[in-house]
Design a protein around this ligand. Structure first.
Ligand code: SAM
Length: 286
């Protein structure tokens, strides 16, 4: 649920009795796409803001936290990633981070709603600056079907950069989907999924993700928390899973000497994100 009152965009979290507001200068765009209501605002202090079905997706100011944590921990955990698929992620920010890694040979963005990408190109051009990279490939359609149709043993890293688990994204948080991901992964392959708020969802959505990933044969699963001021509770997470790749070890030296610029991610942040708050230990390490 959202509201725009007296120059503020407000997302109301009815169930939690909380709300998050950003002061806006003006609405830049609004349309009902085939899949969702897409709005873009210019805010006073957070740059441009993208909203889908009333839920904040990203702002120009703080999206680097999310996009860097959805990509670099997994890319530096995999021993030698070459082919990456981003499911969702239509704003192109995740794709941009993936393509910062020089060894990536091929990256796909599989987004159901082409309008998200077209409007990101217009209002978030900095996120789309790798879209012309010859390694970048785009498919506009359902990511669940795309993964089902993928060649077995063909992908090193699948990044599920989706909306919340409702509507077209619901099936991206499901056992059958993880089984299809398993088949599509090469040896040593990794899945990363945006996994909502540790504070709100550790015992529900995140726990279900762990259970279903393990049922699908992805025995190693770890959730990395990170700050994300514009999402509910201001605290978010991604969950990494692999069949045979121990996720608590990563190429720390390569991360420290990464040949590209980041604003949040570094090897120390990676280690810090692997450290589990006690309540998460109690839930996931039992
Ligand atoms: N960072 C955001 C968050 O956590 O709220 C997500 C960003 S990205 C804009 C999410 C994208 O997932 C949306 O553009 C949506 O259209 C896409 N999406 C949802 N379900 C999908 C599906 N089944 N296949 C492909 N893309 C999907």
């Amino acid at each position: 649920m959202s509201a725009l009152n007296e120059g503020w965009f407000t997302e109301v979290f009815q169930d939690q009795g909380t709300a998050f507001s950003l002061k806006v200068k003006k609405k830049l765009h609004e349309e009902q796409t085939e899949y969702q209501k897409l709005e873009i605002y210019e805010t006073e202090t957070f740059g441009n803001l993208m909203v889908l079905d009333g839920c904040v997706m990203l702002t120009g100011r703080d999206n680097f936290l999310y996009h860097e944590m959805m990509t670099h921990p997994a890319l530096f955990t995999h021993r030698s990633p070459r082919k990456v698929v981003v499911v969702g992620g239509g704003d192109c920010g995740t794709l941009r981070e993936v393509l910062k890694h020089p060894d990536i040979e091929e990256a796909w963005q599989v987004e159901i709603d082409e309008r998200v990408t077209r409007m990101s190109e217009k209002y978030f051009p900095e996120l789309c600056e790798s879209n012309e990279d010859p390694r970048a490939n785009f498919f506009f359609g359902d990511g669940i079907q795309w993964i089902r149709d993928a060649d077995p043993d063909s992908i090193d890293l699948i990044i599920i950069d989706s909306t919340d688990p409702v509507g077209p994204a619901e099936g991206l948080f499901a056992l059958d989907f993880y089984r299809d991901c398993m088949l599509a992964l090469r040896e040593g392959g990794i899945i990363v999924q945006q996994s909502e708020s540790p504070l709100l969802h550790a015992e529900t959505i995140i726990k279900d993700i762990h259970t279903d990933m393990k049922k699908a044969g992805l025995d190693h699963v770890v959730t990395l928390p990170f700050p994300q001021p514009v999402y509910p509770t201001g605290w978010w997470s991604c969950t990494m899973a692999s069949k045979e790749n121990p996720l608590h070890y990563f190429r720390e030296e390569d991360a420290a000497e990464r040949p590209f610029v980041t604003r949040y991610y570094n090897e120390a942040i990676h280690n810090a994100a692997l450290a589990q708050p006690q309540f998460m230990r109690d839930i996931f390490e039992d």
